[in-house]
Ligand binder design. Structure first.
Ligand SMILES: [Zn+2]
Length: 411
């Protein structure tokens, strides 16, 4: 039994959703000169609240450097840029945003999304905690404040005249340690007729597809639609619409408004998803308690495959060095005894080692040179793209392996 309290309703957390043991921070890639140093490991123990059923990482002494040197630039991903543009093309006419509107994005990164509003002449403000990333946005002419978002920031922004018609948060809600402070801030910053849209991975997909590797220390909460609706309701807001998106293995885009905003009627797809989650058991504690054994099964299946391959004298290498790969390999205890190396297109990761398991990261050309028998695709959400890029491994009979939702070999 844990000592921690639910970050939504403050009930003591007693029920384990899944315990992935101790794990290093997923984005702390190891430099060659650091290989002999001690590495900090933190618990990856996920609980489900017995009262409000919010699935969440327990409190751990969170290191300050978890976000401060965040090097991820959204504009490096073509598909994410296209996703952002499609969103702006959809939302602007639907809610008639124009030159008199105010749009605020939280965790606005390098301006990958807000630039589309700027192009339409709609006033925007980005709120971004990572100073180096915010600088890039400012360089593009996107007004950005280097701040963490919460109640205090919201009050300051309202005082500065930034009460918002639209507040956007993509892949930030799950990352917020102080969930109530954050949602209280949304309520304060939102104009009476405004709306909030937030995107985050959908717990229903995580459970259905056994995506336990998307659990890492930066992700504090794992939301069902039912759970997130309760969080917003606790702050006088309602979720009036929702979309299911294919991003990050299956995400939700929720639409929130003030509870008393009668112009925002609950849409059929919000009612339908609630019903679907209820039918699947997301309103009952026992549904959540079965996940741990499913994850243990996935671990055994991956290890069985890797051990058999090794016994047959086959060589297995990885593709990619994503955060989710670090959770997977550390939880399964897979080191260079089972996977020789991995490759990544990012020059920032090449020459480094995966945290914890210390598997070396090379440039993708290494695969052509060493002609391995199996390539284990760690960013399984990009499997189609990777198999297309690397189709040349078939020249020597190489095969792709995808670990999630269950080990699958593609010939
Ligand atoms: Zn709770």
């Amino acid at each position: 039994m844990g000592q921690s309290k639910c970050r939504s309703c403050a009930t003591t957390l007693e029920h384990t959703f899944v315990d992935l043991g101790m794990s290093p921070l997923a984005n702390s890639y190891v430099k060659p000169e650091q290989l002999n140093r001690m590495e900090p490991f933190y618990p990856l123990h996920v609980y489900v609240c017995g009262k409000c059923l919010l699935v969440q990482l327990e409190q751990f002494s969170s290191p300050v450097d978890i976000f401060s040197d965040y090097a991820y630039f959204s504009s490096f991903s073509d598909s994410w840029l296209a996703h952002a543009k499609a969103y702006v093309d959809m939302i602007t006419p639907r809610f008639s945003f124009g030159k008199n509107s105010k749009v605020v994005e939280i965790a606005s990164n390098d301006g990958y999304l807000l630039q589309n509003f700027v192009a339409r002449g709609i006033p925007v403000l980005g709120v971004e905690p990572a100073a180096n990333v915010a600088e890039v946005a400012k360089g593009k002419g996107i007004q950005t404040k280097v701040l963490f978002f919460g109640e205090k920031t919201a009050r300051d922004l309202v005082e500065d005249g930034w009460s918002a018609d639209l507040i956007i948060g993509n892949n930030v809600l799950a990352h917020v340690p102080e969930l109530n402070d954050f949602v209280r801030g949304l309520k304060l910053l939102l104009k009476p007729s405004g709306l909030v849209t937030m995107e985050f991975p959908h717990l229903l997909q995580l459970m259905n597809q056994s995506q336990f590797d998307t659990i890492y220390h930066e992700h504090f909460s794992y939301f069902s639609f039912l759970a997130v609706e309760q969080v917003f309701a606790g702050h006088g807001m309602k979720l009036f619409d929702v979309e299911e998106l294919p991003t990050h293995g299956g995400s939700l885009r929720i639409y929130a408004a003030h509870a008393e905003d009668s112009a925002k009627q609950i849409q059929p797809r919000a009612k339908e998803l609630k019903l679907r989650e209820q039918m699947a058991g997301y309103d009952r504690l026992d549904h959540y308690l079965s996940f741990g054994s499913k994850v243990e099964g996935a671990k055994r299946a991956l290890l069985s495959f890797l051990i058999s391959a090794k016994q047959e004298g086959k060589r297995v290498v990885g593709y990619g060095a994503p955060a989710k790969g670090n959770t997977l390999l550390n939880y399964c205890g897979v080191r260079t005894d089972l996977v020789d190396y991995t490759v990544d297109r990012s020059p920032h990761k090449q020459g480094h080692f995966l945290p914890g398991v210390h598997i070396p990261i090379y440039a993708p050309e290494q695969i052509r040179q060493t002609r391995p028998d199996y390539v284990l695709i760690l960013p399984w959400n990009l499997r189609e793209e990777v198999m297309q890029q690397m189709s040349y491994i078939r020249e020597w009979g190489g095969r792709f392996v995808v670990p999630i939702p269950e080990v699958q070999v593609y010939s």
